[in-house]
Each structure stands twice: as C-alpha cells, then as structure tokens.
Design a binder for this molecule. Structure first.
Ligand code: HEC
Ligand code: HEC
Ligand SMILES: [Cu+2]
Length: 503
C-alpha cells in the first residue's frame, strides 16, 4: 500500500514538473507547423476522446455494478454460462468502433504518403554522424554536422556548462533551408547504418536505411527554425547528429538558394593530417607530377623541385597562395581543385616528397584564403551542368578567324606545357613547332587533343567545339607551322559525337 502511494506521488510530481517547470515541455503532442502535423494532432485528439468515452463507459458500468450490486447488499451473482446476445454485442460494438477509427486514420496516412505534385525534392542521407542534403536539380548539396559550440561543450571534461550553450545538441553548422508553403518531397536514405529523420514539428519520422529510399513530404506553414534529431540508434555519436530546418519566405529562400549554388560542393570539415597526406598523394599524382615529377625533384631550368623547396618548407599561407593563384608557368589551381583537394595536396607536399614540415592546412582555411565571393572548385551546379556551354556550331569560320580565336585558347590551355612559342620543353613536352603530328593527318591530331596521351591531358570535354577547332587550326597555322588547312566546329562536333556513340 505504501509503495503504491509513493508511486502515485512520484507520477503526479513528474507530470506536474513536465507541465510547469519548463515551458518547453508539455504533456500532449505538439501541433507542429504543417497542415499534416495539425491533422495528426486532431486525429490523435479524436482517438483519445473515443478512448476516453469507451473507458468511461466500461469502467462506469463496472464500478456501478460493483458498488450497487455488492454482496453486502444481499445481491446474488447470476449463474448463467454463454449468452450469445451478449457475446455478439461485445464483439460487434468494438469492431464498429475500431473501423470507425481506422477510416480517418487511413485517410490521413494516405495523405501523408502522397508526394504527388511536389515542387521541390531534397535527398537526405544519414551518415555516422551527420546529415547530407542534396537539393535535386537545384545544384545545392552540403553536409550538416553538430555546431562547433555544442561539439566543444560535449567533450568529456570540457568544463563548459551545456546550459550555457544555446540549443545544446540541437544546432548544426549548416541548417537545411526550405521555402514555406511549398510541397517539398524528402527522399530519405543512409550511407552506412540505419538512421531516422525526425523533426517533431513536421508530424512524422522516417527511417533512413542504406540501399532504400523512403519518401515523405512537408509543406511548412510559417517561417521559423525547426529542430529535430536522428531517431534511430546509429552508433556512439547518435546523440550528436541533430537536424535544423529553417523555413523562409519564398523571396528569402530564393536569395539563400542563389548564394548556396555558388558554394563548393564539398565537405569542409577538418581532417587528420595523415588523411590529408594520404589523399593528397593522389591529387599530386594527377595534377602536379607532370611538371614537378612524381618524386618532387622537378625539372632543372623548367619546374622547381618541391623537395626541400624554400616555398614548401616556408610559410604555409604563402605556399597556399602560390598554388591557388599560380605564378608564371605554374597554373592557378584555386579554380581547378576544390578546397578539400587543395588542402590535401598542400599538406602532402609539406609532409611527403622528402619534406617533413609536420604541419597541415584544413579545407576551411583554404576557403578563407580565397577572395570573398569566390569559391574554389566546382560547385554542385557546375559539376552537374553539362561540361560545355552550348555554342552554335553551324557557323563557318575562315582560316584567319580560327587562328585568331585559337591564340587565346592555346595560351590558356596549352602554353603552360608546350610554351608560348610552341617550342616545348626538352624531354618533357614535345614542340608544336615542326611537330610530325601537327604536320600529319589532322584527324590524328584531333584524336590526340580529344583523348590526351600520357602526360598530355584530354581536352574533348574541356573545350567547346569552336575553341577546339580554333586551337587545332591555330597549332597548324601558327607557332612556326604553315599547313594551310583548317577544321570547322561542326566537324569537331560530329567527330566527337561519333566517338562517344561507339562507347
Ligand atoms: C604546368 C606545369 C606545372 C604544374 C602542373 C604544377 N606546377 Fe607548380 N610550378 C610550376 C612552375 C613553372 C613553377 C615556378 C613558378 C615561378 O616561380 O615562376 C612552379 C612552382 C611551384 C611551387 C613553388 C616552388 C618553389 O620552390 O618556387 C610549388 C610549391 C608548386 N609549384 C606546387 C605545385 C603543386 C602542388 C601542383 C599541383 C597541384 C603544381 N605545382 C602543379 C609548374 C607547374
Ligand atoms: C600538362 C601539359 C600539357 C598540356 C596542358 C598540353 N599538352 Fe600537348 N602534350 C603534352 C605531352 C606530355 C605530350 C606528349 C604526349 C606523348 O606523346 O606521350 C603532348 C603532345 C601534344 C601534341 C603532339 C606533339 C607530337 O609531335 O607528338 C600536340 C599536337 C599537342 N600536345 C597539342 C596540345 C594542345 C593544342 C594543347 C592545348 C589545348 C596541349 N597540347 C596541352 C603535354 C601537354
Ligand atoms: Cu543516426
């Protein structure tokens, strides 16, 4: 008896404290911020009141009978067994009640599942332990991780009082931003283990399962910041992958989208030095080894050695600036590689190729070195967009016109290796001047420039047909060559189209 009293007192106190001590907590479901979440709330209330009515009725009859027909009053229990009428009644009535409850519930579940007519699709991928968001066809893609303030405070022995951190464990570095009053479809999946996407204000929770795509949708009624969490135990940092959705008015969202589209499509979070070095080796191999040689010894007189180079063992920001902006024949990589690749290759040159400076640069620091508004690497938009802008290849150009157009294309794309005057570099890059290939079959030359060979990069996907035709014609009629022939953009286009079809 004493135990029961204590239990009841305890429950009562909990209920009271939930209700009053902290305004953030209430006993009931929240209404949320969408039509569906409101419908869920209404359905929940409807079912609750049906349950209350059934409970009141059943317990009412029971308590009435127990009290008014008790033995001490002289009542004697009936002795009948089996009563078909009673059994039918207590089967049929609950069945009717259940069916009556199932009708609105099914109707609402169908509405929740119906993504027809969505105006925006966002792919959500759960990772250990962050969320990845991709705005389909909008060229926006980013990762969202626990915000630095919570991250710092959560470390064991950080000495930071979590209560001093606003929205502790419920804020992120890059929130998901959506327009209000727009039907948004979420395509939810996971990259490693099971997670679940849950924003209570949306009125639903969806599993994120590797290899599966679950759908859900939302149309947020009013602007605001809505917070949620991963709702599936997904490993040791399950509690540290919150979700933050910011709903904005259409105009504000459009402005945000425009800005987001120019941001680089990479995960800028910090990496360990060993990882940077390991990945940087591959970036170096692909982008730098042609000139600085695979082991970093360079080519005397042409390309400086990186091994023991004063630039490489010197100030890391100065080195980074040189690699971002280029110098003389050294190309500017700020626009060719993304911030992550740049951080990797720079850290690699300082801790590989016979150097051991022991420091590193992180992708975020690279981003900061770039001028305001310029972002390194291809943004999601550029990466998704067709490689070449559409040009009209029906134009017929004269030989002189092609040569004039070809000169800047050569300077921008070829001179770094073959030199401005086409003399090439002994033993490294063949001369264009007097080259057997340039003096030979034009189709063979087109093939080489399209597909590349050895250290010669492929240009088929990089140059549009007009620039391609111009640079080919330029090499054959300038830089000391005088073939007198030309190729038209339309021919390049059909040659390259025939090539891609064969594959
Ligand atoms: C097309 C050839 C070429 C490629 C490709 C190239 N570089 Fe260079 N690099 C040069 C030249 C030429 C210089 C000398 C620039 C100057 O001082 O005028 C140079 C200078 C440097 C220097 C300064 C070295 C010193 O001691 O002065 C560093 C560091 C460097 N490059 C790193 C890289 C990295 C990293 C990559 C790949 C991401 C790369 N380079 C790709 C040609 C190239
Ligand atoms: C990163 C350095 C590099 C760049 C940039 C480059 N090339 Fe080359 N190119 C080479 C190398 C290396 C070869 C030799 C390939 C082989 O035969 O293995 C070559 C070969 C050639 C040849 C054949 C020369 C011969 O006689 O064998 C032509 C023509 C040529 N390149 C034209 C171009 C044009 C046009 C561009 C610009 C659109 C260009 N290259 C850009 C490195 C480069
Ligand atoms: Cu998770």
């Amino acid at each position: 008896m004493k135990k029961t009293t204590q239990l009841f007192a305890c429950l009562l106190l909990t209920a009271l404290s939930l209700n009053t001590a902290q305004a953030d907590y209430t006993l009931n479901l929240m209404r949320g911020v969408t039509q569906i979440s409101n419908d869920v709330y209404e359905l929940h209330m409807l079912i609750l009141w049906i349950c209350v009515a059934v409970g009141a009725l059943v317990f009412g009859v029971m308590f009435f009978s127990i009290f008014f027909h008790r033995k001490s009053k002289g009542h004697v229990a009936a002795t009948f067994h089996e009563n078909t009428t009673v059994e039918i009644v207590w089967t049929v009535i609950p069945t009717i009640i259940l069916v009556a409850m199932a009708i609105p519930a099914t109707d609402l579940m169908r509405k929740m599942d119906d993504v027809k007519g969505h105006e925006l699709s966002i792919k959500v991928t759960g990772w250990q332990w962050k969320w990845e968001y991709e705005y389909i066809d909008k060229c926006v893609h980013f990762f969202s991780s626990l915000d630095p303030a919570s991250e710092k405070a959560r470390q064991v022995g950080s000495g930071i009082d979590p209560r001093s951190v606003p929205n502790y464990l419920l804020s992120v570095d890059k929130p998901l931003v959506v327009p209000i009053k727009t039907k948004i479809r979420f395509l939810i999946t996971a990259g490693d283990v099971n997670h679940a996407f849950w924003v209570p204000d949306f009125g639903w929770k969806k599993d994120a399962i590797p290899g599966f795509i679950n759908e859900a949708w939302v149309s947020v009624d009013k602007p605001g910041t809505y917070r949620g969490q991963c709702a599936e135990l997904c490993g040791k940092d399950h509690g540290f992958m919150p979700i933050v959705v910011i709903a904005k008015e259409q105009a504000d969202y459009d402005a945000w989208l425009k800005k987001a589209q120019t941001e680089p499509d990479v995960d800028l979070s910090d990496q360990k030095r060993d990882d940077l070095v390991a990945k940087g080796a591959a970036v170096y191999e692909k982008n730098c080894a042609t000139c600085h040689m695979p082991n970093g010894e360079g080519v005397p007189g042409a390309f400086p050695a990186l091994t023991k180079s004063p630039v490489v063992v010197g100030d890391i920001n100065a080195q980074s600036n040189l690699i971002l902006n280029g110098k003389g024949a050294m190309p500017a990589f700020g626009k060719m590689l993304n911030a992550v690749e740049l951080a990797q290759v720079i850290t690699f040159t300082r801790n590989g190729l016979g150097n051991a400076v022991g420091d590193q640069i992180q992708p975020k620091a690279i981003q900061d070195l770039l001028p305001e508004g310029v972002s390194s690497g291809a943004s999601a938009c550029e990466a998704n967009a067709p490689k070449q802008e559409k040009v009209d290849t029906r134009v017929k150009l004269s030989l002189d016109e092609l040569v004039v157009k070809g000169e800047p294309v050569y300077a921008a794309n070829c001179a770094g290796c073959h030199q401005e005057d086409g003399a090439g570099l002994e033993g490294m890059f063949p001369a264009i001047k007097g080259s057997a290939l340039v003096k030979g079959d034009i189709n063979k030359q087109i093939e080489l420039i399209n597909a590349g060979k050895g250290a010669m990069p492929p240009f088929g996907a990089k140059l549009n047909p007009i620039d391609f035709a111009a640079v080919v014609t330029y090499t054959r009629n300038a830089l000391g060559n005088k073939m007198g022939d030309l190729v038209q953009p339309a021919e390049i286009e059909s040659l390259l189209a025939a090539k891609t079809k064969k594959h």
